[in-house]
Design a protein around this ligand. Structure first.
Ligand SMILES: C[S@@+](CC[C@H](N)C(=O)[O-])C[C@H]1O[C@@H](n2cnc3c(N)ncnc32)[C@H](O)[C@@H]1O
Length: 320
């Protein structure tokens, strides 16, 4: 029988998808963003979904029993790009980790899988991470963590360094578990981005754009990703896509740029952003929500292939 997962801060279910591909089954998900819930439900129609603030969940009444907790908890409070306030974040986001602790205390899952920005380790001189590890240990868990870059661990041409925590209630399982080894990057940008087929006009930059001249001189190769940084074009020299972020959804010029084979310059489409997060081709994007919301969802998500590889190692540890 498949082990059951419950997913918190589920977004569009990137973590859930990785675990599903490794042979686990998500039975419950919680998320409070309506647009993300539309994408989630389209792809996981059989999962019980609670569209509400995690702070309103009663673990005993609202959440069925499960074996594995999945959570990529909000990272703004810990991110260099965010407020750098950690647990004291005035918007309270840093404290959401303690909502997970509250649920763990009541549900005692066998395994806890957490994902966050790499900066979680160094935040507040390591204090934030120490509090998280300490809390998990006090709850009776053995914790292993690693920072993995998607380009080295997920065969995906995106630079995305994230910290993963895998926590076991059983010491033997903990000893059995190791993070996956690096793998060769064989996928190129051309495998996930279409440099040839004409896309909708709205993705293209034209002479109407006030910095079009700079784009034309800066965006020169059709095998590379670029970013417009206020006054200049930044080229990614390693032929990778830079880390996709949720602020792609805020309009402006935050979505990475490419040069088509015919010389036209455009931003990536939402589908290409999901491809760069390692989502399989059969993952569906709803047509009822705007592209801004889809960009945000992609940027907030995870690289599915990295999650799948970690989940496969968790499975091995359990079957051992
Ligand atoms: C970093 S994203 C996680 C994305 C997810 N791992 C995925 O693959 O799409 C964090 C998510 O937490 C949700 N969130 C933030 N605060 C929340 C809260 N208080 N209750 C429920 N969900 C919340 C956000 O809407 C966002 O979708």
């Amino acid at each position: 029988m498949k082990l059951k997962c419950a997913s918190f801060f589920a977004g569009v279910g990137g973590i859930d998808k990785g675990f599903e591909l490794a042979g686990f089954k998500t039975i419950f998900a919680n998320e409070f963003d309506y647009n993300a819930s539309v994408t989630y439900k389209l792809n996981f129609p059989n999962v019980e979904f609670a569209l509400c603030d995690i702070r309103g969940l009663d673990a005993n009444k609202d959440i069925p029993d499960f074996d594995i907790m999945l959570a990529g908890f909000p990272c703004q409070a810990f991110s260099v790009a965010g407020y750098r306030q950690g647990f004291n974040d005035e918007k309270g986001r840093g404290n959401l980790f303690f909502e997970l602790a509250r649920i763990i205390e009541q549900k005692h899952p066998k395994v806890i899988f957490l994902e966050n920005v790499k900066n979680l380790v160094s935040h507040d001189n390591g204090n934030t991470f120490a509090v998280i590890s300490d809390t998990l240990e006090k709850l009776g868990y053995f914790v292993k963590s690693a920072v993995l870059n998607a380009s080295n661990y997920g065969n995906i041409p995106q630079t995305r360094e994230r910290i993963y925590l895998v926590c076991f209630k059983d010491k033997e399982l903990y000893k059995n578990f190791d993070f996956p080894k690096p793998i060769k990057l064989t996928k190129t940008l051309k495998d996930v981005i279409d440099f040839e087929t004409r896309q909708d006009d709205k993705f293209y930059y034209t002479e109407k754009c006030p910095f079009y001249k700079e784009l034309v001189t800066g965006v020169t190769k059709s095998d590379t990703c670029y970013q417009w940084r206020r006054v200049y074009v930044r080229e990614n020299k390693s032929k990778l896509c830079p880390t996709l972020t949720a602020n792609m959804g805020m309009g402006g010029h935050n979505v990475p740029l490419i040069r088509m084979f015919n010389g036209e310059i455009r931003k990536l489409t939402p589908r290409e952003c999901f491809n760069l997060q390692g989502f399989p081709q059969d993952y569906m994007l709803p047509t009822t929500i705007c592209n801004g919301a889809l960009y945000k969802q992609a940027g907030n998500s995870v690289v599915v292939t990295v999650i799948q590889r970690i989940a496969e190692e968790i499975k091995k540890a359990i079957l051992n």
